[in-house]
Design a binder for this molecule. Structure first.
Ligand code: SF4
Length: 923
């Protein structure tokens, strides 16, 4: 079988890295960075570089949706159904509901991971054919505050800078972004830029001391929700010290007087108090941002931000007040200067381009503008497109929970994991008369609520385009056919749309969906942009062989790398607009009942709801098991220890997790990774507690802050278990254990191991207020393969103690379960995980001794995923290394190879090098 190479794009974050997929026949066998792609020049992070492992046949067979599935009745299992039957049913049910209740009784909920062509078809299907603007996307949870901020301040949803500006900036203002983890390849580029230009300054604004913040020249560790105060204070100081660009303000902007009045009260001293910062740090940040600290020539400042600004009930204000700083100092439209929102998802930008939000129309047209609506209606061949904005993400599910929306079509996303206020979301999915889930993965939390599951193709299997954070459009290509009978998302949309045309003839004046290829869809999208700010009529599908930025209007010979260089903006008077909001705190401030500010964020090696990354053991090694991070003082004050189970309670729900000390947070704060849904942890996941409060302009929910209280969970009886299993069975066993979660007060199950090994590990933890019954224990044992094989076993039903252990022929541990007293887990788990000889430990295991009879190398956090290097090994190696920090880092890389492949661990390595000096240097 001959090997093939196919150029495509990473399906994870908005950096949009190009990659080359290696395949043999129908099997993806490898992946490497595309050296010619201008987003990454060959680099990939831990997630991108392991994509091929997620496409392994045994993984696909266990987790993919391979056939259409239908549920005969709620409570019944999904059963295979013929594609045509499934498509007819979608069309029948949607048409019937539209006829009976009107078009706004249905909703489509899409994803920033769809390709632009998918998005275009579903947007046209909803707004053109069904006649509802109830089409929204999980990008609402991600970028809509940036969209609203750009439009409000600059007149169009267009990030004005390009990635080259990272190299050219003198000051980089990173706010609300742990870029080192969330956009690693761009962070590598920033590291290179500072290495080449040591004068480049990094200001990082973040309530947590993340790995990004740890590398900053100035970390502003502000209180959550106080960003607008900080932005206003920076401008106050710039005005006070004469650091603004009066000529630019006069020539290219409006509204400055009102803003100047607004920021008058926001002195640095006042802001320091509100934000919890030092006045001097605010002053320093203002001077660096303005870029005049080295004389008359203004040095360029680039700002980079992500969910820390966007996922807020004042997200649009945060965006616009940051853009104010660029406008006030003329730091826009010049090399190295300007605001750049880092897109969370791979194609949130493409979705915005085709109007894939409830309040937008194709090609950035304005839904409120009658002329724009008429243009789109003419393009699509329909009488009109509806005038009223549709329901945004949270509103859509609230409307379903209230019975107004009766059918939901969910495409390529997992709202039962990712939307806030899961109690409401799950009520919505239960109450909805008809839930269609179009998905590549059959085991997401949302799948449990689907009446119909339509199998979709995924990365490596589909064709189309995506647009990254710098407005660069790239081709996505199929390397292999989709598994089973899965189809491309746009093609499923077209198949249903054609059926709906026959059932809703009053809406469809002609055949609206004639496409047979993604290219045909893209051509129609291209034509829709003619004359708009994102005009791409100068491009062709073939021209996208080389990724191109928009805009590129017909007749233009090059794409536009940097917008607004001439100081003209796409507003009626061609001027940018200063915005002068009052400061509003978070929607739910801390109070006596809920005294902790909890925030959410990413892990380095996981992606969103983990449908794909959660299939690999190696991607769990860095982040480990679910936990809530809190400052050690906060834990101490509450008489809590590391590993104690705590109940986190918000106004909406509860979540039980082990506590983990972290000095990255301030006291009275907590952090839970956004990835932990009910697929991996008991209950409704992290979003059981998050708030549905939204920004009134962007409708983006405040996923970054919720007031909670934290108390001991009162679940003293615990299980700690782990097992090595055949990789071909491990995902299925994880599903088996997941089905038991509801029978415990706390439960979690994660993978470990190192693909492409033939075995994969499962780590299962659970707890109850009283001992589990014997049947439940036997089921856990059975899932872990601890029955029908020789085991060491101790059980005392009266005291609720049970310990079971199995050895491999070579004397290493195969599997174990400690139930009741789990004190021995601290040494049994490393024994199994590291494959250390265990035959001599059996007696200590059976007596649940806290101390092992012989020394066991303790478990240590993995730092380097590519070469599987733990923190313990790094610290040991550093003890013997001399020289300055750069020399010690290089020596470490030579000795252990850590940080020499994808580079995602470099920030952590630099921090460890700083923290661990050799004895002679410390002395
Ligand atoms: Fe993918 Fe990583 Fe590149 Fe993001 S930075 S596109 S996750 S390889």
């Amino acid at each position: 079988m001959s090997a093939c190479e196919t150029r495509s794009i990473c399906p994870y974050c908005g950096v949009g890295c190009g990659l080359i997929i290696q395949s043999e026949g129908a099997q993806i066998t490898g992946v490497r960075g595309d050296p010619d792609h201008p987003a990454n020049f060959g680099r990939l992070c831990t997630k991108g570089s392991t994509l091929h492992l997620t496409a392994a046949a045994h993984v696909q067979q266990q987790v993919r949706a391979l056939t259409a599935l239908r549920r005969a009745a709620r409570g019944q299992p999904l059963q295979p159904v013929d594609w045509d039957v499934a498509l007819d049913e979608v069309a029948d049910r949607f048409a019937a509901i539209v006829k009976q209740h009107g078009p706004d009784a249905v909703g489509l909920y899409l994803s920033g991971q769809l390709l632009t062509e998918d998005y275009y078809v579903f947007n046209k299907l909803a707004k053109g054919l069904l006649g509802t603007n109830n089409v929204d996307t999980n990008s609402r949870l991600c970028m809509s505050s940036a969209v609203a901020g750009y439009k409000q301040s600059l007149g169009a949803d267009a990030p004005p800078v390009c990635y080259d500006d990272l190299d050219l900036a003198r000051t980089v203002f990173i706010t609300g972004s742990n870029m080192a983890w969330a956009h690693p390849v761009l962070f590598r580029r920033l590291e290179d830029a500072r290495a080449a230009n040591p004068a480049q300054k990094w200001i990082v604004v973040d309530p947590r001391r993340t790995e990004t913040a740890a590398q900053a020249d100035l970390h502003l560790q502000l209180q959550p929700g106080t960003d607008v105060v900080l932005h206003h204070a920076l401008l106050h100081l710039m005005l006070w010290e004469g650091l603004t660009d009066a000529a630019y303000v006069a020539a290219h902007t409006t509204g400055f007087e009102a803003l100047r009045d607004r920021v008058r009260e926001f002195t640095p001293a006042h802001a320091a108090k509100v934000c919890g910062l030092k006045t001097d740090d605010i002053v320093q940040a203002a001077r660096w941002f303005a870029g005049l600290d080295q004389g008359e020539t203004r040095l360029p400042t680039l700002s980079l931000w992500c969910q820390g600004l966007n996922q807020s009930s004042s997200g649009t204000d945060k965006n616009s007040t940051l853009i104010n700083l660029h406008l006030a100092t003329g730091q826009i439209g010049k090399p190295g200067a300007g605001p750049l929102s880092l897109t969370g998802q791979p194609n949130a930008m493409g979705g915005r381009e085709v109007g894939g939000l409830a309040n937008q129309l194709s090609a950035h047209r304005d839904l409120a503008n009658p002329a724009h609506r008429a243009e789109v209606a003419a393009l699509w061949g329909v009488a009109d497109v509806p005038e009223q904005p549709g329901k945004s993400a949270v509103q859509m599910f609230q409307a379903a929970a209230d019975g107004q929306i009766k059918a939901l079509w969910i495409v390529c996303t997992n709202p039962a994991q990712s939307l806030p206020d899961q109690g409401m979301v799950r009520r919505a999915l239960q109450r909805c008369e008809f839930v269609v889930l179009q998905e590549a993965y059959a085991n997401t939390a949302t799948a449990a609520y689907a009446d119909l599951l339509l199998p979709a193709s995924s990365w490596g299997e589909k064709e189309g385009t995506v647009t990254n954070s710098e407005r660069r459009i790239s081709r996505v290509r199929a390397a292999v056919p989709a598994p089973g009978v899965a189809r491309d998302d746009w093609a499923i949309g077209v198949a249903v749309a054609r059926r709906l045309e026959a059932r809703l003839p009053q809406r469809a004046a002609m055949t609206m969906f004639p496409y047979t290829t993604a290219e045909q869809v893209w051509n129609e999208h291209r034509e829709s942009t003619r004359g708009c700010d994102l005009d791409i009529t100068g491009l062709s599908y073939t021209a996208l062989e080389a990724p191109q930025q928009w805009p590129r209007a017909s007749g233009a010979s090059t794409s536009t790398a940097r917008l607004y260089a001439d100081g003209r903006f796409p507003t009626p008077d061609s001027r940018a607009r200063f915005v002068a909001p009052t400061w509003r705190s978070v929607a739910e401030p801390r109070d006596a009942r809920f005294p902790i500010a909890l925030t959410t964020g990413r892990q380095r090696d996981q992606w969103h709801g983990m449908s794909r990354t959660g299939t690999l053991g190696r991607l769990f090694a860095h982040g480990g098991e679910p936990a809530v991070e809190m400052h050690p003082q906060e834990l101490h004050r509450r008489r809590l220890q590391a590993g104690d189970l705590v109940r986190i309670r918000s106004r909406r729900g509860t979540l039980v997790l082990p506590a983990m000390p972290s000095e990255a947070l301030m006291p009275a704060q907590a952090f839970v990774a956004m990835h932990w849904g009910s697929e991996f942890v008991g209950g409704d996941g992290v979003n059981a507690i998050t708030s549905p409060a939204t920004c009134p302009q962007s409708m983006q929910p405040e996923l970054k802050h919720v007031a909670v209280r934290v108390e001991a969970a009162g679940l003293p009886w615990r299980i700690a278990a782990a097992a090595w299993l055949p990789a071909a069975r491990a995902q299925a066993v994880r599903e088996w254990l997941r089905a038991l979660f509801d029978r415990f007060g706390y439960a979690s199950c994660v993978l470990f191991g190192r693909e492409p090994d033939a075995r994969l590990g499962l780590r299962f933890s659970a707890a109850l207020a009283a001992p589990a019954d014997d049947a439940l224990l036997r089921e856990v044992e059975a899932a872990l393969g601890l029955v029908d094989i020789p085991v060491l076993r101790y059980a005392d039903v009266h005291s609720g103690q049970c310990r079971v252990l199995a050895l491999q022929p070579d004397g290493a541990l195969q599997a174990f379960m400690l139930a009741g007293d789990t004190a021995a887990d601290n040494w049994v788990w490393p024994l199994l995980h590291q494959g250390q000889p265990a035959a001599a430990f059996g007696r200590a295991f059976l007596t649940a001794s806290r101390q092992p009879p012989q020394p066991v190398e303790p478990a240590s956090r993995q730092v380097c995923a590519c070469h599987d290097v733990s923190e313990a090994r790094i610290v040991t190696a550093l003890d013997g290394l001399g020289g300055n920090a750069d020399e010690r880092l290089r020596a470490l890389q030579v000795r252990l190879r850590c940080g020499t492949e994808c580079g995602s661990c470099l920030p952590a390595l630099k921090t460890l090098v700083q923290q661990h000096h050799p004895v002679e240097q410390a002395a």
